[in-house]
Design a protein around this ligand. Structure first.
Ligand code: ADP
Ligand code: MG
Length: 339
């Protein structure tokens, strides 16, 4: 008879890491989200070898108190769900308390952090999930997370990593999504000695779009807004004269979180029907703000997919907002009366 045994926590974390941490870009996404949740106004990302050798994320957020540091890398430990009910009113990007434990179990990690009221900082080393107790160190208020040699103890995963260029492009994408959703945060991305992006804080999302995608797209942006009392829709779509051969430039955000949603992408396609040639896709940067009890973000480990309680209504709201915008702008005159 086979014996049933409970798996040791470190192995559980390694297994969980398989779900959340697919590649270096997943680490960057999780750590950036933590920095945003910590209220940072400046975040720097530093990479070596496409993140395979080093990912360092420094922020000036609230920091982690020394006595909480060990807990921070323990699985299912989070400061973001104060009680059970808050699972249905998630206002932060994180809440599962899994990311740091997962990352720490498959890398060599150093956490340096200092809270505003602490006299000094603390440093903690974790090697493949094995934690060294924190020790005092000098550092400014905020947190530095250093992740070295990702997947060093899961060779199969390590082997699945692509070239530094490919991994870097995934990281740039993760960085872009978070930077677009948070223009109020100064964000820097450095790869080796090269500064890839240095984006000062701005109130104008258009400026951030320009920084990423250039003048052609920024000047073709058409502002949209709609509010049905519950769901607030804001952002930009792009003039049909600027389109793409795939849907990768359809950025959808829900309460500050980047999401993928087939239904909403379909609504977008419908709104542009007749304005674009077959095989061309519109560009958009759309933000949906809604009460958190109208959406379940807890359906997918990386929270990329969400479930709306009233998806049909949101679909029609987006479609109607866009149609109305197109009909009332001179856009239709320019591209022909095709809608
Ligand atoms: P979650 O984000 O779901 O809470 P994580 O494993 O990502 O889980 O992080 C665990 C906890 O560590 C967080 O709840 C937070 O309290 C703390 N933490 C992580 N990163 C930071 C950071 N950059 N600044 C301040 N606190 C942090
Ligand atoms: Mg997190």
């Amino acid at each position: 008879m086979p014996t049933i045994r409970q798996l040791p926590p470190n192995l559980v974390n390694k297994i969980a890491a398989g779900e959340v941490i697919e590649r270096p870009a997943s680490v960057v996404k999780e750590l950036l989200e933590n920095s945003i949740d910590a209220g940072s106004t400046r975040i720097e990302v530093h990479l070596e070898a496409g993140g395979a050798d080093l990912i360092r994320i420094s922020d000036n957020g609230c920091g982690i108190a020394e006595e909480q540091m060990t807990l921070a890398v323990t699985s299912h430990a989070t400061s973001k769900l104060p009680d059970e009910d808050s699972l249905f009113h998630v206002g932060t990007l994180g809440f599962r308390g899994e990311a740091l434990a997962s990352i720490a179990s498959v890398s060599q990690m150093i956490i340096r952090s200092r809270t505003p009221d602490a006299a000094g900082g603390s440093e903690m080393l974790i090697h493949g999930g094995v934690i060294d107790p924190p020790a005092p160190c000098g550092c400014p208020v905020g947190t530095v997370m250093e992740v070295r040699n990702l997947f060093f103890n899961t060779p199969v995963r390590r082997k699945f990593m692509r070239t530094p260029q490919t991994e870097t492009s995934h990281i740039v994408e993760a960085f872009t999504r978070i930077a677009l959703a948070n223009p109020q945060v100064h964000m820097v991305l450095q790869n080796g000695n090269r500064v890839v992006h240095d984006l000062p804080a701005t109130e104008q999302i258009r400026e951030r779009i320009r920084a990423f995608f250039g003048d052609e797209i920024a000047s073709g942006l058409i502002p949209i807004s709609g509010d049905n009392g519950e769901v607030k829709l804001t952002g930009f779509v792009c003039d049909p004269s600027v389109s793409r051969g795939n849907n990768r430039m359809q950025y959808l955000f829900l309460n500050g979180r980047h999401i993928r949603d087939r239904a909403l992408q379909h609504a977008l396609g419908e709104a542009y029907r007749g304005l674009l040639m077959v095989g061309r896709f519109p560009i958009c940067f759309i933000n949906l703000d809604m009460p958190s009890d109208l959406v379940d973000v807890n359906v997918h480990p990386t929270k990329l997919e969400v479930r709306f309680t009233e998806s049909g209504r949101i679909y029609s709201q987006l479609l109607q907002t866009l149609r109305h915008k197109f009909l009332t702008s001179d856009l239709t005159a320019r591209v022909g009366n095709s809608i």
